[in-house]
Design a protein around this ligand. Structure first.
Ligand code: 13P
Length: 340
């Protein structure tokens, strides 16, 4: 089996998922603003350091997605972050897109940039220890959106990113995110996610991307946040699985969900419900940013004295999401103070 296939499989190993710690400078500033912590390079480093040095997290975490700044930073003892992760058996990855920018001719929509010079950057990231990559495309619902133009332009860029990553020996995590913001129904979320994934897999196929050496990262099919009719956990699980069965080839080893602003508990419970309905053609796992980090960020408050409490909070969410990988999570655990 090719190395790409092995890495892709390892990222969705049983009971494990991915920590998305690849917030861009702008996004991490927003997260730090929420706890009134200044976004300095040292604060960003210290925060990522506490996450990455959490003892035992490697039992639940297969890979960590880093940001360009983070992959070049080191732990307090001087060990470069990629080396530190590797030593724990965690695979380092890297976000390589340059963000979603207004789409010419349809300025209310976005296209993700970052293809220029990507081949050289991938080579550098491989040298720095990265073994997988991520590229996020953003699709929004409402006011006639999304256009076919936005869907196909983003799908084309995702496939170009994926093909270049594989050429460089890196497993691409292909991330089309249909935003959960808006007043849309879960049926609309289903239709837009289906249209988007169909376009993405058409482009991946046309651009000769090896599906077995890639992972899909996408949204769950949910009601828009502003909708008064919120679908329950069983409906979300059933519709998300149906959407994936209609679009995502069985050759793809895993689908890793983003949390997209869902509560920590919803993100875990919904993944759990999907895995209770298994087995599925692919592993269903997580690649959460906020849903793994929110309690840790809150516990930390930018104070080194709180690092241990923050690590415990992160460990707890990682453990719960690991249980959700096999459908073994129980919502009652949320009421307990100490990890179950
Ligand atoms: P969230 O889980 O916070 O949505 O972040 C995941 C991610 O990597 C988005 O690109």
């Amino acid at each position: 089996m090719s190395e790409l296939h092995e890495i892709a499989k390892a990222l969705v190993a049983e009971g494990k998922g991915i920590l998305a710690a690849d917030e861009s400078s702008g996004t991490i500033k927003k997260r730090f603003d929420s706890i009134s912590v200044e976004s300095t390079e040292e604060n960003r480093r210290a925060y990522r350091d506490l996450l990455f040095t959490t003892e035992g997290a490697e039992d639940f975490i297969s890979g960590v997605i880093l940001y360009d700044e983070t992959i070049r930073q080191s732990s307090a003892d001087g060990t470069p972050f990629p080396k530190l992760l590797e030593s724990k058996g965690i695979i380092p990855g890297i976000k390589v897109d340059m963000g979603a920018k207004p789409l010419a001719g349809s300025p209310d929509e976005t296209v993700t940039e970052g293809l220029d010079g990507l081949r050289d950057r991938l080579e550098e990231y491989y040298g720095l220890g990265a073994r997988f990559t991520k590229w996020r495309a953003v699709i929004s619902i409402g006011n006639g959106r999304p256009s076919e133009y936005a869907i196909w332009t983003n799908a084309h860029a995702l496939a170009r990113f994926a093909a270049l990553s594989q050429e460089a020996g890196l497993v691409p995590i292909v991330e089309p995110e249909v935003l959960m913001d808006g007043g849309h129904s879960i049926d609309e979320s289903f239709l837009v996610t289906e249209r988007t994934l169909r376009a993405v897999f058409t482009e991946l196929f046309d651009q000769r991307v090896d599906r077995e050496g890639s992972l899909l990262k996408t949204n769950m099919v949910v009601s828009g946040y502003d909708s008064s009719d919120q679908a329950d956990v069983d409906t979300v699980a059933d519709m998300t699985i149906r959407c994936l069965k209609n679009t995502c080839p069985a050759a793809v080893p895993g689908v890793v969900f983003l949390s997209g602003g869902m509560s920590d508990e919803d993100a875990t419970a919904r993944l759990n419900a999907m895995n209770q309905r298994g087995p599925h053609p692919w592993q269903l796992s997580f690649s959460y940013g906020r849903a793994l980090q929110a309690p840790a960020l809150k516990a930390w408050q930018g104070d080194a004295a709180n690092a241990e409490a923050a690590q415990q909070a992160y460990y707890r969410r990682a453990k719960f999401n690991s249980a959700a990988r096999t459908g073994a999570y129980a919502p009652e655990w949320e009421k307990e103070e100490v990890p179950a």
